[in-house]
Every structure is written in structure tokens, then in C-alpha cells.
Ligand binder design. Sequence first.
Ligand code: C2E
Ligand code: MG
Ligand code: MG
Ligand code: MG
Length: 288
Amino acid sequence: YQGKRGAEDIVVFAGGTVGHPHQWLKVQAELRHALERDELVLWYQPKVGLPGAEINGVEALVRWQHPERGLLPPGEFLPAAEHSGLIAPLTEWVLRRALDDQAGWIATGQDWTLSVNISARNLESTGFVGFVGALLAATGARPDRLILEVTETALAGDVETAMRAIKELGTLGVGISVDDFGTGYTSLSHLRGLPITEIKIDRAFVADVDRDPQSQAIVRSVIDLAHGLGSRVTAEGVETLEIHRWLVEAGCDEGQGWLYGRPVPWPQVAAKVIVEPSSAPLTERAAR
Ligand code: C2E
Ligand code: MG
Ligand code: MG
Ligand code: MG
């Protein structure tokens, strides 16, 4: 399947994001090779339950092991992929690899969920939902252990198509998470009728939530909104114990952030996290 966007978008996008259009096109050509040469890697960040900070799952975060430029964060190449046909094969690669890694921890008896970020462009592609369904069937992965994260801005483009795709993904039995909530321009009415299982509060509101009354008001109302819609709510970017305590007090379900664990390559998650009793209290784990 192909993304809907064409060459016009490439030009519009090039100026703002990566700088010079020629450089941007270079990234695109190199990324095509990267996919062929298997230069992408997945890192994983834990997602913990509150208040105990036990690990409930991990989120896959893509990186590019560039032959000359070193390890590149997704912000360096995702925009180029999204505005070309490359986001389809990239997402397919991420989903395949992540489900493969997940099969590894399922085999050790771990019940963690796997969260995978998908792009708004994926939702606009015919065939994407079919791909996910076929992949689940082929790998035997449990749909209820897979969470697809869609940023709020996915609902700002071709809303009708995106909403239809999200509903279809929901019927496959996978979780649907609204990522970076609060930073986009989604009309709340778009949330209605969607099979949303999780809302992730953007780091921007979490960073000072232990000190700033306005952030506190926003975070409290997103927690209320999520619970009212019957979804779980996760705070992103939890960096301090003070923020952790505030979130527990406010009734937030889950947290993610450097306090609990930074993204690391899969072998490190396997070595460190599986061995560590995930039910140990946060303070005890932090002290080790
Ligand atoms: P996201 O999904 O909101 O992921 C959270 C980002 O915040 C990650 O950055 C993570 O490393 C970072 N982070 C986590 N905890 C903390 C913290 O406590 N403090 C701070 N300062 N940062 C924290 P990363 O890995 O650079 O990813 C950036 C974005 O790229 C992601 O944001 C997601 O939207 C996108 N992305 C990553 N992997 C994929 C992928 O495989 N496919 C797609 N379509 N998008 C991806
Ligand atoms: Mg995410
Ligand atoms: Mg996020
Ligand atoms: Mg974010």
C-alpha cells in the first residue's frame, strides 16, 4: 500500500523540518537503503503501573544506526519517511520486529503489553489494517497484548479515513492509545465512538505537574476525561519522585519516563528487566 501524500507535501515539509530540501531528499534515499540493509533498531522503554511502579509493558521506539552519523533518533528521519512512501515499509518493519521481540518475552512467561507507535499516514493507507490483522494471524501474537499508539494529530488530517481505520483496528482486538494528548488540535468530538483504550498525557504537562497549578488542572481533567471514556491514562516523561507522587495522588493509572527507565536496546531489557522482580516497590528499585 502507498501513502496518499505526493510530491507537493515533500517540498512544503522540507523547509521546516530537516533544513535544506536537498538534504531532506538525501535522508529519504538513504532511508530506503537503511530498510534494505536492516539499519533500523528498536529500543524499548518500560511502562509502569501506579502506584507500585511495576512494569506492565514496554514501548518500542525506533532508531537508525546510520553508517556515518551514528545512532539517530526518530525525529531525524520519521518526517522524511512520513512524507514519502517509506512510512509504510518502515511501520511494517517495526511491527514485525517488535512482535518478534515480544514473542521472546512471552516465551519467558512475561505478560507485558507491547506498545508500537504508528503514523497518521499509516491510517490513511488502504491495506494497513489488513496488514496488521494478517501479521497477528501469522505470528500468533495476542491482540490484547498489542497497543497501537496514534498521535492526536492523526485525527487532524483525513479524519474520516483515520477514524474508520482506528475502528477497524479496534475490532481486531488491539489496544488503541492516543499519544501526546493535549498538544494537538483534536476536537473532543472525534474521540467519541472510537475504541480508545488509553490516553497518554504529553510530557509538556507532566514535566512541572508537581509545581504548576495550570498543568495540574490540565492533567486532572485529562485523567477525568480518560476515565469517563472508559480508558486508562498514562503520564509520559515522569522524571522525578515528586511528579510520581503527584500522579499517584491524582489517580493516574500508569507512568513512563526516566524515573522508571530510559529506552534501551532489547537485549538490555531482557537482561535487566526480566530478572528484576517487577513488583518491587519503586523506592526499593530506585535504591539499587
Ligand atoms: P513518543 O511516542 O511520545 O515517545 C516518547 C519519547 O519521549 C521518546 O523519544 C522517549 O525516548 C522520550 N522520553 C521518554 N521518557 C522521557 C523522560 O522522562 N524525559 C524526557 N525528556 N524524554 C522522555 P524518542 O524515542 O526520540 O521518540 C520520539 C517520537 O518519535 C515518539 O514520541 C514517537 O512519536 C515517534 N516514534 C518513535 N518510534 C516510532 C516508530 O517506530 N514509529 C513511529 N511512527 N513513530 C515513532
Ligand atoms: Mg508513543
Ligand atoms: Mg508520547
Ligand atoms: Mg511525546
